[in-house]
Design a protein. Structure first.
Lengths: 599, 599
């Protein structure tokens, strides 16, 4: 009788159930030392012999019997009685117990002489100083680091028994096509299994990706059966079409038992775990960010439980730049960009949609909002996990506001100077508030190109701050339509889209007002859409200009001298960047509007 | 005219000189996406198309024209006029602008009806919501993470241009034999190049290890010439014998210019950097921990400068458990074991010798003492770099004191419970002081097995602390000699070694006193050595017992209930551990001496 979990299982409970249901398969394999980095020892490793294996000289010189050197003094040099010439690293013959450095001796009649007696054990590396024969080198369950390799080799360990987990990854969905194929209409490139392979291999699993299985129950049944037989864990990666998921569920229910279906985690909710013949089969959601969450938090947890070890990843205590709401009972994972602003590390959240992979690509860490929290307040201290080296945080410039595509080129230019440029999307108001709270290095605001906008929309919100303004680019905004020109007859108008920014909305409203046109709320069929001149030209549409929008970079004047911020301002103003704007058909910002302002 | 740096160059200056001398070779290669994790982009990557490529449905349901749904109400349901059935992820036909979820409709006469109007854009994933065609995905210089792979695949990027640095690693030294060979007398297993390969590959370099080159200038010259021609950076790994290093220096001086020889870093001082035909040749020290420091701090720095990116490694602010002296002007790197004791993270240093690889294996991080510091005080806050995942710190138990080999087995047993057991060597006094300062979870003390030792050597130093004592193992100590038994004639005695512990010294002194024997200071030739009964038996020596030494585990009573500490105590007392002791010929600790004590 299959067990069903119709309601969402809390994440912590889901993990506990999973651990109870699936003890470690306890598989191990022998690998040559060279391939052992990142693997986890399956049994303790002991030194086969002592290192050094015998007493050895620390310096070039003479091995002596310390007792025979007693009495040597500056005033009463002594010839060495018995001695053996030794070089650094050479074994000291058994009858000797100390080394005299060659520079502390001089030769007289072929016999070295000393001015100072040698202490017992002087300049000798004792046998077993590093490790003694039979001593534990690594316990079971140790993730092998690059520098462990040298030690293991030194102790004569050339093969290592390491834990092994075989993961089979099966993509299902008739809409899927493999990477390298141009997707046709309604087709999706199959990418989640590639990502799963990259991630789980990093944890130390041995992954096998199977071919894409179309939405046919018989084929899915066969593929699942094969994968379960050949692996310790099977991951079914569903395409995003509805049918796929249903078929997968039916098949696993038929072959085994559903352990849970749906957990209270965002993104990642529609995950399914089944037990087929004692082996876990994990149905991974199709949305890529949801899939990532399940790989990290569920599959990763199972592999840790089975004794593999995740990659070291940094953690950092930071403050949250703006409030994040979250539903009670849901564990949420939010990609964030972290930067150190004026001595404090701030995390600015990116959008949370399961389909927005770019949010994760743009982020340098992520925040876990526990199920017991109904969100986190702005300014609250939180611990984030990093997806970049911690040292890079101090080389990260966080910019909040309009994410004009040309900022990408600024990112490229900054990368040359060793800075990472992180742009977090926000409205002009959001950008100004971030600047006011001093949680970002810079803000980008999109303003209608009229005299009062800068004062009304920026300065007035920052009364006590000197601002440095650098126009980045200007955009001609207008309304575009596919219809043949029909000027003059614009008494009423249906507008297809909401303008992207408040600035464009302002320009549209002013124009409609000026022209005395009644506009219907957005809807289809539409007469026109609001867009830039460039977009209209590219789409071959008729374009009626309604004004200009200016995208400006704004920083606190006190921060403008900061090395990174200065590099950013320099990049905006550089002739190369201005030439780039012209080359792609954009207007550079108005340099005359640049300067320091205060309310 | 070769430049020479006869004096030690400060580390920071050496790195600056190196960066000036060797600009990036700027090499790039194309790799398939699957192999791109950990590599660094050589050029910006842009999205080839928008994702989603068109507006798609977020849910199963009907695509509608939102304008046509206006007026639908609970009291006034509306049949859908024009609509198209869509499933999650399917493209919405161009004339529609919203989706009504199937569960919000019902069928009447084959026509779906609704009770609520649809808003413009409702349940629609807009084209380009994730990424727009031509938008920057990754800037140049970005280290590709596992989850970036999914995004790149989604955006149609199947091949990636990544930075490439070819590193040639040449082992030199007639004393070296390859791993897998049993080293004869005076031979050393060649391990440093294996370690260099593991480490530098992790940074993203393409490494090539060459065969071992014996100490012959002609052969070294030939090998260096080949390696320089085939690589961007050459690492010469010298054996530890003196001759090797000299030959290497002569050869590189002949083929090019010495940039520096010797830097003020510990360990790692004897590093050599040369410029041969514009390419850097780095002479790495032979001592393994010195070699590691140079790989990490010098070779790693050059590779970062050239645009590769080190693995993310965690950093942590901790307190230093005991004072560390350091010479002004030297950058020192000290392996440490970090544990969280009673809410505070403490770092306990391991020995600093360049030959003690086990110190690095045992450590979970390392501390950098900058050149400007003359050491760091006990209790001072320092930032350490971790060599393990940060999360594992809270599962680490730090034990300070006698590192009896049987503690290795305790480490194995604790690994089963998910705890890592770190033993840092210290005298009994050092262990008691660590316990007093509360910088460790447990201490191990070696005490002579006489009634007063526990009071005199432990309790009296911890007057205000309740202690929990668990004897771990007893050792019979005595004097051993190879000579045929000559009992009774022991009027005077030459002792070969200093006893390992104060406890054994105490037993020796008491015995000498009791027996009325005059002992000479340590020296060779010796009559006897102090060792355990087991060691004497294994070495086939005549053994005269002089007493017992007890190795005890001591924890603060208030910490005994802590999950990890309780697991440790449980492991010591377990029948399995006691059986293990007997199996290896050791005496289990005296359970009767176990309990809570206070002064």
């Amino acid at each position: 009788m299959p067990r069903r979990y119709l309601n969402l299982t809390p994440l912590s409970e889901a993990l506990a159930i999973m651990r109870r249901e699936f003890p470690s398969p306890g598989r191990a394999e022998s690998v040559p030392l060279r391939e052992a980095v990142g693997r986890v020892t399956a049994e303790p490793l002991y030194a086969g012999y002592s290192v050094p294996i015998a007493d050895i000289a620390k310096f070039d010189g003479y091995a002596v019997k310390s007792g025979e050197t007693r009495g040597a003094q500056d005033q009463r040099p002594l010839p060495l009685a018995g001695y053996a010439r030794v070089n650094t690293g050479e074994v000291i013959p058994p009858s000797f117990d100390a080394v005299v450095m060659i520079e502390d001796t001089w030769d007289e009649g072929g016999i070295p002489r000393i001015r100072k007696s040698a202490a017992f054990g002087q300049h000798v590396r004792r046998a077993g100083e590093d490790v003694r024969a039979g001593e534990l080198v690594l316990p079971k369950g140790h993730r092998i680091r690059p520098f462990d390799i040298g030690a293991l080799a030194t102790y004569g360990i050339g093969q290592v028994r390491v834990r092994s987990v075989r993961v089979g990854i099966v993509p299902t969905g008739s809409d899927l096509v493999p990477l390298g194929t141009a997707p046709g209409p309604g087709q999706t490139i199959e990418t989640n299994t590639l990502m799963a392979e990259a991630y789980l291999t990093g944890i130390g699993a041995t992954c096998r990706r199977y071919g894409i299985v179309p939405d046919e129950p018989d084929l899915i049944r066969e593929a699942v059966g094969t994968a379960v037989a050949e692996n310790d864990l099977v991951i079914l990666s569903a395409g995003s079409s509805a049918g796929t998921r249903d078929f997968s569920r039916d098949v696993v229910e038929e072959l085994g038992e559903i352990v849970f279906h749906g957990i209270a985690v965002r993104p990642g909710k529609p995950v399914l775990l089944a037990n087929i013949g004692g082996r876990p089969v994990l149905g991974m959601p199709g949305y890529p960010v949801a899939a990532q969450t399940i790989l990290r938090e569920v599959a990763g947890d199972l592999l840790s439980w089975w004794g593999l070890s995740p990659l070291p990843c940094g953690e950092l205590d930071v403050r949250l730049a703006r409030r994040l709401a979250s539903d009670l009972g849901f564990d949420e994972f939010v990609p964030v960009s972290i930067g150190r602003v004026d001595g404090t590390c701030w995390a600015t959240p990116h959008p949370r949609g399961g389909g927005i992979q770019m949010a994760v690509v743009r982020a340098n860490g992520y925040l876990h909002i526990p199920a017991a929290r109904e969100g986190i307040e702005a300014g609250e201290e939180v611990r984030v996990r990093l997806t970049v080296p911690p040292a890079s945080i101090s080389r990260t410039l966080v910019c909040v506001g309009r994410r004009d595509p040309v900022l990408g080129e600024l990112g490229n230019r900054l990368a040359e100077t060793g800075y990472q440029f992180h742009c977090c999307n926000a409205s002009t108001v959001g950008a100004v508030l971030a600047l006011r709270a001093n949680t970002c290095h810079a803000a980008t605001v999109a303003l209608p190109d009229i005299a009062s906008a800068w004062s009304d929309q920026v300065l007035r919100y920052l009364p006590d701050v000197d601002l440095f303004r650098v126009p980045v680019a200007r955009t001609e905004v207008g309304v575009a339509s596919a219809d043949p020109p029909d000027a003059g007859s614009l008494a009423s108008l249906r507008v297809a889209n909401r303008p992207k920014s408040a600035a464009a909305q302002f320009l549209l409203d002013s124009w409609l007002d000026r022209e005395g046109i009644d506009a219907s709320p957005s809807g289809v069929p539409a007469d026109v859409r609001v867009c830039s001149a460039l977009e209209a030209r590219e789409a071959g549409l008729r374009f009626t200009p309604i004004g200009h929008e200016s995208c400006d970079l704004v920083v606190r004047e006190e921060a403008a001298a900061d090395e990174g911020v200065a590099a950013l301002i320099g990049a905006v103003r550089s002739p190369e960047f201005r030439a780039y704007l012209r080359a792609i058909g954009r207007d550079p910002g108005d340099e005359d509007a640049s300067g320091v302002f205060s309310a």
